[in-house]
Design a protein around this ligand. Sequence first.
Ligand code: SAM
Ligand code: DTB
Ligand code: SF4
Length: 341
Amino acid sequence: MNQSTDLPDLRHDWTADEIEALLTMPLLPLVDRARDVHRIHHDPTRVQLATLANIKRGGCPEDCGYCPQAARYATGVKGEPLAPVDEVVEAAKAAKAAGASRFCMGAAWRQVRDGPQFDRVVEMVREVDALGMEVCVTLGMLKPEQAIRLREAGLHAYNHNLDTSREHYANIISTRTYDDRLHTIGAARQAGLTVCSGGIVGMGETLRDRASLLATLANLDPHPESVPVNQLVRAPGTPLEQADAIDPMDIVRMVAAARITMPASMVRLAAGRMQLPREAKILAFQAGANSIFYGEALLTTPNPTVDEDRALMASLGLKPLEVAPRQARPGACATLTAADA
Ligand code: SAM
Ligand code: DTB
Ligand code: SF4
């Protein structure tokens, strides 16, 4: 037990065996167990609404086998230059007006390069932070000095997904390594940013790969403050276009295992909700998902509409999580609600 918070200590010594045992539990006891953990650490009536903006679309030099923005695959996504600051700030204002508390800007870059484009992203961060939203960016690989600049501009979180297990990784991406990813996560952490890191389910991985991915995430100390659980969006033209469909309950199981192993983190039901039946979404919330991407587009593919999500949340008795007060960030902010603010 942690003496200062009266909450159970967080573990950082999970084995893939233990997590595989969670993933193979009967579904209802697994959901119950995850729900119990969830209620200790979070207000179960609150869901974080995070809106995505694609600030630099397509034309990416990397070979990530799932990605519609990789230039080398004929996916129909046209490369565009970096968006102007005003356009992005307008999108953030609209997201805030629609109820989002977090704004995540994604760029189809291999890595951040110093220069006018990065200066522009830093300005976007400054202006979106000034709106009082939690700001997250995902820009590819990042060096420590660049992470510090982003932090100084008001960035809250850096998203960099591990995507899959170390073992399966080379089947999906060859243009950067698993250790490159861990270094970028380390640079963000060192700069005082919170970390958003998760993965994708449905890329031909085994149950062991899923357990191994979660073990790597859960053994980061501290845990990533947010953990996106993406279902592969099978994009035409990508090598994974024909990947086998997964059982929707596999997403529920991943959410539950993420919740149990990383109790204080936000677990985001991320890409793939268009393919997820309503009942699976409901069970995922029951199993501890407490964040969603909100707004009708992800980066290049569709997401449920704001009206659909509002109706779903209202029918379940879920309300949007308010943005945490700045002085409470980073870290425990994610568990605060309006009542705490
Ligand atoms: N280019 C940067 C990078 O890769 O780090 C940032 C943007 S990239 C699109 C961010 C993440 O989106 C990827 O790491 C992956 O987890 C997720 N993603 C991309 N395409 C996806 C797809 N088709 N289905 C599910 N998730 C996807
Ligand atoms: C994350 O884990 N998923 C988001 C966000 N972080 C950047 C991206 C999902 C992309 C889905 C495919 C697309 O729309 O291009
Ligand atoms: Fe590029 Fe990111 Fe897509 Fe990989 S996931 S191809 S790095 S945009």
